[in-house]
Design a protein around this ligand. Structure first.
Ligand code: ZN
Length: 246
């Protein structure tokens, strides 16, 4: 018997049994859509620091404030995938919401693919590339404006336009954090996917879960596997696609 197939069947039974499901997803959810985890991206050569810098430094608040040109060079190249399309995992979650099974998607991704697949209640812990605003006057700009800009995108007032993406050294939006926490603590089923649960605050959410079934779907093992009711080490698009529509 195929072990993964049995586990997907078990997941399908959990989905059929419970109506109050919450999904928490990481970078792995968007990998099948061709968006790599930016942490695995190569750094860029910094003219200011005369060295190769890694992504965690480039995508930090202080680096952005000091070197917006180099920030945007990396950001546009490695963090924006304008033509990426939702995969079977995104569509399965949108379908579960339509069926009244899924209450919320909490994501660490900034690509907006859950909304593109049709999900309505999406909590974006790290913000989104689709909303951008002038740091001087607050005027908002869409993704197209950023993509088409040369170098650092500027507002008509002359201010720098920044993405509504949470950079390193910046705090998460407290309203989004509180909403996420409320959904997790009220859920009967928490499905966690595409994250190794090493990045804050993912592991914290899993620990706060007090519902009936904790399901972990990730290509490799995670630190929380022993706490889960069901662990599926496989591709999330395949697993969710088959569990919901298979
Ligand atoms: Zn402005």
């Amino acid at each position: 018997m195929d072990k993964t197939r049995d586990k997907i069947k078990e997941l399908r039974e959990i989905i059929d049994t419970y109506d109050n499901i919450v999904f928490f997803g990481g970078a792995g959810v968007s990998v099948p859509s061709g968006i790599p985890d930016f942490r695995s991206a190569d750094g860029i050569y910094s003219k200011a620091y005369k060295t190769i810098l890694n992504p965690e430094i480039i995508i930090s608040h202080s680096f952005f404030m000091r070197n917006p040109e180099e920030f945007y060079e990396f950001y546009k190249d490695k963090m924006i995938y304008k033509d990426a399309q939702p995969n079977a995992a995104h569509y399965a979650l949108a379908e579960l919401e339509r069926r009244g099974k899924l209450n919320a998607v909490i994501t660490q991704n900034i690509d907006g693919l859950h909304q593109k697949a049709g999900s309505k209640r999406v909590l974006e812990l790290h913000g989104t590339i689709h909303y951008n605003y002038c740091m001087k006057c607050g005027k908002s700009y869409d993704l197209d404006y950023i993509v088409k800009s040369k170098g650092v995108p500027k507002c008509e007032c002359g201010g720098i336009v920044r993405p509504d993406v949470v950079l390193y050294e910046e705090g998460l939006d407290s309203h989004t954090v509180e909403m996420s926490r409320a959904y997790v603590s009220a859920a009967d089923v928490l499905i966690v996917g595409g994250t190794s649960l090493k990045v804050y605050p993912a592991a914290g959410y899993v620990r706060e879960f007090v519902g009936k079934k904790l399901v972990l779907i990730n290509k490799s093992r995670t630190d929380m596997d022993s706490a889960a009711d069901l662990v599926i080490n496989d591709d999330i698009a395949k697993v969710l696609g088959e569990a919901v529509n298979g």
